[in-house]
Design a protein around this ligand. Sequence first.
Ligand SMILES: Nc1ncnc2c1ncn2[C@@H]1O[C@H](COP(=O)(O)OP(=O)(O)OP(=O)(O)O)[C@@H](O)[C@H]1O
Ligand SMILES: [Mg+2]
Length: 291
Amino acid sequence: MNATPTAAPPPTGDELPPWLRPRVPAGFKPLATPARFCCIMQKGGSGKSTTAVCLACELALMGLRVRVWDVDAQLGGTTHWLAPKIGEGAGEPANLLHLFNGEASPDEVTYPTQVPNLYVVPSYTSLKQVEIQPPPGAEQVIDWAIEHTAEPFDVEITDCGPALGQLSVAALVGTPNVIIPLKVSGFDLNALTELNRTLRLTKQRLAPDLKISAVLLSEVLRSNLTRDVFDAMCADFPDSLVMGIRQSVKAREASLDGIRLPLHEYAPDATVRHDFRYLAAALVDAERKAA
Ligand SMILES: Nc1ncnc2c1ncn2[C@@H]1O[C@H](COP(=O)(O)OP(=O)(O)OP(=O)(O)O)[C@@H](O)[C@H]1O
Ligand SMILES: [Mg+2]
């Protein structure tokens, strides 16, 4: 396997079989800050929100100032888990929809969370209006907002919904380093063809810097199928980090209403937490600032 070590320590916990160790291509380097990532895969439940939230938490723990964008009109994802600290008030607080409609500034839609250094741009089901009737220039809004934030963030991460519409394109334009979480199943593998097409067209037309940083096999279990899919992803994405995120009931429980804690607080020693810590260190060099 053409793997080279990175500065990041290998994931720990239960020993990984050699074929499931992260594949880091030769020449792959963690990005300097500021860095922007987009968790995208139109198949539902592939692990996008879990990746966005856990990666963001680990980066914040590394001392970076991180913002997560909930670019999904479903309830129950990033906004629910990270629970933005929003003051009392009538109606929906200023959120991503208001930014798209030009009714709130980037700073007005950014809220602190229970995790120090970690901020969130929340969204609610009302965000689906952007898909139904996109405001002019919708695909540039997140990019524009990142550029026009008063105190810039070290890392910006967008969490897309299970669709490849206007919202996902806006996320790709604003945060062009792509992370694809997918499950080891025929459904998710079939969905890759359509995702690749969207990524290619978005790169050609709107985001020339777009590149696929990482492909994550979500909720992996040891099996021959996992091994085959891991090898296939290494072959299909030769320039990307490929790694498995281990299945753990802790990852499921952490976002439950009665718990609602970041994974690193709820289960600091869970193997899945080690995987996200590795991912954070492999993707971002906290010490290096872009020139
Ligand atoms: N490593 C893991 N181990 C166990 N469960 C996991 C793991 N990763 C994610 N899950 C669970 O799988 C489900 C789907 O994950 P998640 O919500 O992150 O996917 P998603 O791609 O954001 O979904 P959607 O497309 O609906 O936005 C959730 O219940 C989550 O808790
Ligand atoms: Mg989600």
